[in-house]
Ligand binder design. Structure first.
Ligand code: UT7
Length: 348
């Protein structure tokens, strides 16, 4: 019997690298102050500020979904980049709080970007249903790595672009943590908040997104939970805090080393916004305390996978972050997982 010769499989031509070309964010309008929370649990503004740095947080209305916020952030990022939503061939959403298992959040975002209809909304009265026959939409992927989800998702999008399976990707971190908050638990309800942030990544002639460095800490696997059947956020705050103070700088240093840069080159630190008492020592431990250190936690609380892209986008659009500057993104949390990369901030 003759064995047929199997032809070599072909792979698409990749790109030299990827680059962030636009940033966007969305926060619900409703703001909850520390004093507001002190009306329903035994706490006070002084304790919350001194232990966490949080002053306010934004809370989504009952009928607002993770996909709604993700879509708004994606539209803002696409507008910022001047990229047509129809050119997007990959949507990745990092979230741990989507209420539905299917369609995933990225699928809903892709539908909304394609049709202009908000996720979950019906077509406006008098308008025809969009005709989507024979439309090939983007790849749609949700990534659940809780608070480090966005850095993981940027890593996946960068690799998809470098290997030629995407040219234009929208990467989003979006969370409705208040939907999984136990409002009678003062140790957690003071922390959690809602929002979304997004970045548009495109193929580039030279890498402007460094390699993702990712890993996990098996001993802390049960330290951050949103577990069935209660489906409420719970954590061993002290254990996570201890890890963040003693280990996070080492992991973040590996991220910078992998990029081929040194910490001296890094101009911006965007760490997961879990606690100001973690962000500031981390910046100091890395010798970055005199650079731009994003501290959006004070006004936005902890928004898990949304915290890095939202902080980056808010500070970028506020003009607090310089253009074309190496920024260290570093996320950590549920899993227990961490991930990061050095990215060049977009050109203005
Ligand atoms: O994003 C996912 C990753 N998670 C993190 O990065 C969280 C890291 N951990 C933290 O940020 C901190 O551990 C917390 C902010 C969560 C807690 O701060 P802490 O300084 O570690 O407080 P604690 O849990 O050690 O509690 C100290 C005391 C306790 O009272 P006793 O036992 O000493 O009498 C708590 O009952 O503070 C009490 N407490 C509060 N008091 C007033 C806890 N929550 C509150 C509150 N108001 N809201």
């Amino acid at each position: 019997m003759s064995v047929p010769t199997v032809p070599a499989l072909s792979l698409p031509a990749g790109a030299a690298g990827s680059r962030i070309v636009g940033l966007g964010h969305h926060q619900p309008e409703k703001v909850l102050t520390n004093d507001d929370i002190a009306r329903f649990v035994e706490t006070n503004d002084e304790w919350i500020r001194s232990r966490t740095g949080i002053v306010t947080r934004h809370v989504a209305a009952d009928d607002v979904t993770v996909a709604d916020m993700a879509t708004a952030a994606a539209r803002h990022a696409l507008d910022d980049a001047g990229v047509d939503p129809l050119d997007v061939d990959l949507v990745i959403v990092a979230t741990a709080t989507a209420a539905d298992r299917s369609p995933n959040t990225a699928g809903r975002v892709a539908y909304a970007l394609r049709t202009g209809v908000q996720p979950g909304a019906s077509t406006p009265e008098g308008e025809d249903e969009p005709d989507l026959r024979n439309v090939v939409g983007p790849a749609v992927i949700d990534v659940n790595v809780a608070c480090s989800g966005f850095a993981h998702a940027v890593g996946l999008a960068d690799q998809a672009i470098r290997t030629g399976t995407s040219r234009t990707a929208v990467v989003i971190g979006a969370e409705k943590l208040t939907a999984v908050t136990d409002w009678s638990d003062r140790s957690t309800c003071i922390l959690t908040a809602d929002g979304a942030g997004a970045a548009v990544l495109q193929a580039a002639d030279a890498p402007a997104v460094g390699p993702v460095v990712w890993g996990s800490e098996p001993e802390l696997t049960p330290a951050v939970l949103i577990e069935a059947p209660a489906d409420k956020f719970a954590q061993d705050g002290r254990a996570v805090f201890k890890w963040a103070i003693t280990r996070a700088a080492d992991r973040a240093r590996r991220v910078v080393e992998a990029s081929g840069l040194s910490l001296d080159d890094v101009g911006v630190l965007v760490a997961h916004q879990a606690n100001l008492r973690i962000i500031e020592p981390l910046a100091k431990g890395l010798g970055l305390e005199d650079r731009v250190v994003v501290t959006d936690i004070t006004e936005s609380g902890n928004t898990s996978a949304a915290s890095i892209p939202m902080g980056l986008s808010k500070w970028w659009h506020a003009g607090k972050i310089p253009a074309g500057t190496p920024a260290l993104l570093f996320g950590f949390g549920g899993g227990f997982a961490w991930a990061g990369q050095v990215v060049l901030t977009p050109e203005r």
